[in-house]
Design a binder for this molecule. Sequence first.
Ligand SMILES: O=P(O)(O)OC[C@H]1O[C@H](O[C@H]2O[C@H](CO)[C@@H](O)[C@H](O)[C@H]2O)[C@H](O)[C@@H](O)[C@@H]1O
Length: 251
Amino acid sequence: MEHNAFPDSPPLPQRDAALFLDLDGTLLEIAPRPDAVVVPPQLPPLLARLSAGLGGAVAIVTGRGLEVARALTRGGLAGTPPIAFAAEHGTIIDASALPGAAIPPMPPPPFPPEAWRAAAEAFVEARPGLLLEEKKHGFVLHFRAVPERGEETAAFLHGLAAGSEFQVLPAHAAAELRPRATDKGVAVSWLMRHPPFAGRVPIFIGDDVTDEFGIEACKALGGTGYRIPRDFPGPAAVLHWLGRIAERMPA
Ligand SMILES: O=P(O)(O)OC[C@H]1O[C@H](O[C@H]2O[C@H](CO)[C@@H](O)[C@H](O)[C@H]2O)[C@H](O)[C@@H](O)[C@@H]1O
């Protein structure tokens, strides 16, 4: 009988599933800085194998920018796995790596004013230990190295976003300014309207408060959602579970 190192993991899904997978904290262990994450060597081939077995219905749904997310799923390899991406918390949909997918872009999201980016740079410069992560439609202020700065950092972003098309999201040791109109649930619902996702049973796996939108969207569409640490102890258990799904698929 197959040895299961994580016997309390959820039941394996059927072949008609669609997988929506968060990156940081779900497929990747949390690291001290965004650029310090380590991509497990099995991740890129695993994503490719799952995609092949599920008719291409695999998407990374992440807060990361699109190019960073694509690079992380490649690991050290040359090609992006044939999967879809919903980057910047669902603001950017990209299925260019997924052959045969017909997924249109979502309505164009707003860009934060340049003055806000300049203000964020100045805010960080004046507070050593804070880290500014730029994205296309927003930015993140990381305070993992200076947790005592968390409150004033969030207050600063709330001051910028007040009354605008932008919102402030709490994250792991960070606060993020991003468009109000989209979230991971909006992205999942959008992907599920189009092949190869349409008609499948959606399953979301995440670890963060922003992943709850994706989980709820999957539930509303007849699927389910799993959250770390409630359903999996951490990324190693998620990768193991995904590996077991892949093992059941023809090579
Ligand atoms: O939606 P996700 O894929 O979970 O991305 C959420 C954010 O993840 C990254 O920040 C978090 O992970 C870093 C690396 O482990 C960690 O240093 C940081 O403290 C965490 O907040 C990423 O940098 C953000 O852009 C994502 O929004």
